[in-house]
Design a protein around this ligand. Structure first.
Ligand code: UDP
Length: 244
């Protein structure tokens, strides 16, 4: 089931259900898009980037990425079962990929990071088949060759880590040329999986303050995080103050 939050449709599914949905999409075939929607992308889509909002509308699966979206769902009266973040979804999908024999491709992050992430994933999930890797700092005129190379390697799952919303736009531009693949935008996940960036400790995740851990480890993100209070205000204005 999809719910509408600030004009964007988001799937009201648990992590397990999201994994089953992706399995279904792989089975169905064709180009398929998965977006892990966090407050930052949602705010941008509804306030400033109509093309991005349309793109979210075209996705085959949109997950509630982070506590901010889960909170907004509660305020709007359409609660989500749980948060389904990019990195958690990716790790669960890779685990399933190793079991099912789905080949994966990792695109994005600085040179060397996708290879290192692939290495770590194959250690963690024996039997995993990595069809290929490609860093995310290519020139626009290299894109056609990269897309052709991904197509030739025929992965079932393509993880794109170019940052949001660049990765969602990249997927949208190229997925039809790649063909039979499920593409998932995963932000900074390759940095974390490769060990380059530490994820916030579990206690912070449990206290729902993972964003604070991220801010401490990458203080340069403070400006981007200013969107969070704006997002919260928009949600409250729309769903609380607008009500009689
Ligand atoms: N990145 C990339 N190419 C670029 C810009 C960024 O591959 O031209 C990568 C960057 O190295 C990092 C990821 O995209 O691995 C973005 O991570 P971030 O944590 O900022 O993701 P977001 O929070 O935007 O989802």
């Amino acid at each position: 089931m999809k719910v509408k939050l600030l004009n964007a449709s988001i799937d009201c599914l648990s992590m397990d259900q999201c994994i089953d949905r992706v399995a279904e999409l792989i089975e169905l075939g064709g180009p398929r898009r998965v977006i892990t929607l966090n407050p930052e992308i949602l705010y941008r889509a509804v306030r400033a980037d109509h093309a991005l909002l349309e793109l979210v509308g075209r996705a085959d699966l949109v997950t509630a990425d982070g506590e901010g979206i889960v909170w907004a769902g509660r305020v709007a009266g359409t609660p989500f079962p749980e948060r389904v973040t990019g990195i958690d979804l990716m790790l669960r999908l890779v685990e399933r990929a190793a079991a099912e024999g789905w080949r994966i491709y990792l695109l994005g992050a600085a040179p060397g990071v996708a290879e290192e992430a692939a290495k770590q994933l194959t250690i963690r999930f024996p039997g995993l088949q990595v069809a290929g890797t490609q860093h995310g700092y290519f020139k626009p005129d290299e894109e056609v060759d990269i897309v052709q190379s991904i197509k030739q390697k025929a992965p079932r799952l393509l993880f794109v880590a170019l940052g949001a919303p660049a990765q969602e736009k990249w997927i949208d531009r190229h997925i039809d040329s790649i063909g039979h693949v499920v593409a998932v935008g995963v932000g900074g996940s390759l940095d974390v999986i490769s060990g380059r960036v530490a994820r916030a400790p579990l206690w912070m995740q449990k206290l729902k303050i993972e964003w604070l851990g991220r801010l401490i480890s990458e203080p340069s993100r403070w400006r981007r995080m200013l969107v969070l209070p704006r997002f919260a205000w928009l949600v409250l204005r729309t769903y609380r103050l607008g009500r009689k």
